[in-house]
Design a protein around this ligand. Structure first.
Ligand SMILES: Cc1cc2nc3c(=O)[nH]c(=O)nc-3n(C[C@H](O)[C@H](O)[C@H](O)COP(=O)(O)O)c2cc1C
Length: 353
């Protein structure tokens, strides 16, 4: 049985988990409309995560995809962190602020988060998805035994094979077009930067586990193409950033259609891991400073978030983590359910042609 059938979905369309952007209202609206809604819990902490899941569950009895970050813990390097802060200091000064004296690992990896694991077992969202790596196999099978499907992101063939070995129910094949963080297990690894459609085809050639296409898919026609090359479903993030239920602020929403900020580009300056972002001022400044100097994820993100807060307090929105895929300029406004329905109908039309 396909994962779409197992989940009882009307459309093979998943709203991507988006930490900081997806909300319980968005996830519930998408799930109620026959897609799979998702919550990005990676930055929430166990109490916040439970609260978000319960808020979504109060709005739907359909499955919700609860997403966590499985990054290898940061390698701390005091000298590197101090130098990064020194390099960012003039930017803080521009907004009348001082760079923080030191940085911290602002959130815990799921790999070390037993309370989050216990919470997911108890709350049983229906789907648990893993980004940046894999926990031990016993956790994956326990989540499955508790009644969840488990998905994991892969950006390459090797990562996908590790997901197969770990026993996941589906692999989210994330192409280079995708908005937000690349799910690479090792951010230092050589990245072949495969496109979504290429990656899906490479995985389908040797992997039986269902594949979900993610990256740069903005219309039902795009989804139809991904299904045609072997994906069982498509996961869309950027397409939902400007929905009524999104937590994105007005400047971020406007930036999706601002030619000065497009196309979106990959940077590791904001968080310490490669992520696709609008080409905002932070990205430009980081190019000058040398983004390779940024500390490990999520330590660099501590600096990035402080700088964004300082800039925003003075009305400058150019330092935000404005994640966006390569199709940002095709983003639509409206309710999340309405966008899902439009995508579904376009998919249906494309498939009937
Ligand atoms: C704003 C934003 C936040 C994201 N946050 C997460 C996240 O918390 N967890 C995750 O697995 N993927 C995250 N992603 C990546 C998505 O899962 C997905 O790979 C991507 O959105 C697909 O590309 P698209 O944005 O072009 O549709 C995020 C993407 C965006 C745009």
């Amino acid at each position: 049985m396909s994962i779409v059938a197992k989940l009882g979905l009307k459309w093979p369309i998943f709203q991507a988990p988006m930490a900081g952007v997806s909300t319980p209202a968005m996830a519930a609206a998408v799930s109620n409309a026959g897609g799979l809604g998702a919550l990005g819990l990676g930055a929430a902490g166990v109490d916040g995560a439970r609260e978000m899941l319960r808020a979504a569950k109060a709005l739907t009895d359909r499955p919700i995809n609860a997403n966590v970050f499985c990054h290898a813990p940061a390698r701390r390097d005091a000298a590197k962190e101090a130098m990064w802060l020194e390099q960012l200091a003039p930017l803080f000064a521009e907004f009348g602020a001082e760079a923080p004296a030191e940085l911290s690992e602002i959130y815990r990896s799921f790999l070390q988060d037993q309370p989050m694991f216990d919470m997911l077992i108890e709350e049983r969202p229906g789907v648990v998805s893993l980004h940046f790596g894999l926990p031990e196999k016993s956790w994956i099978s326990a989540l499955q035994d508790a009644g969840n499907l488990v998905f994991a992101t892969a950006t390459s063939r090797l990562e996908a094979l590790a997901c197969v070995d770990a026993g996941v129910d589906a692999i989210v094949a994330q192409g280079i077009e995708a908005g937000g963080h690349r799910g690479m297990f090792d951010p230092e690894a050589v990245d072949a930067e495969l496109s979504t459609l290429d990656l899906v085809q490479i995985l389908k050639a040797e992997i039986e586990v269902p594949v979900v296409a993610a990256g740069g898919l903005m219309t039902g026609k795009d989804i139809a193409l991904a299904l045609r090359v072997g994906a069982e479903a498509a996961q869309l993030g950027t397409a939902f950033i400007d929905t009524n239920e999104s937590a994105a602020d007005p400047a971020y929403r406007a930036g999706l259609r601002d030619p000065k900020l497009l196309p979106s580009v990959l940077t590791r300056a904001i968080s310490g891991r490669p992520a696709r972002c609008l080409g905002n001022r932070f990205v430009a400044e980081a190019r000058q400073i040398g983004e390779e100097n940024a500390p490990d994820y999520p330590v660099a993100y501590d600096a990035g978030k402080s700088l964004h807060a300082a800039a925003k307090s003075k009305g400058n929105s150019g330092f935000g983590a404005q994640w966006a895929g390569s199709g940002a300029d095709q983003t639509r406004e409206g309710g999340a359910a309405e966008i899902l329905l439009q995508l579904g109908l376009e998919l249906f039309t494309s498939q009937s042609q």
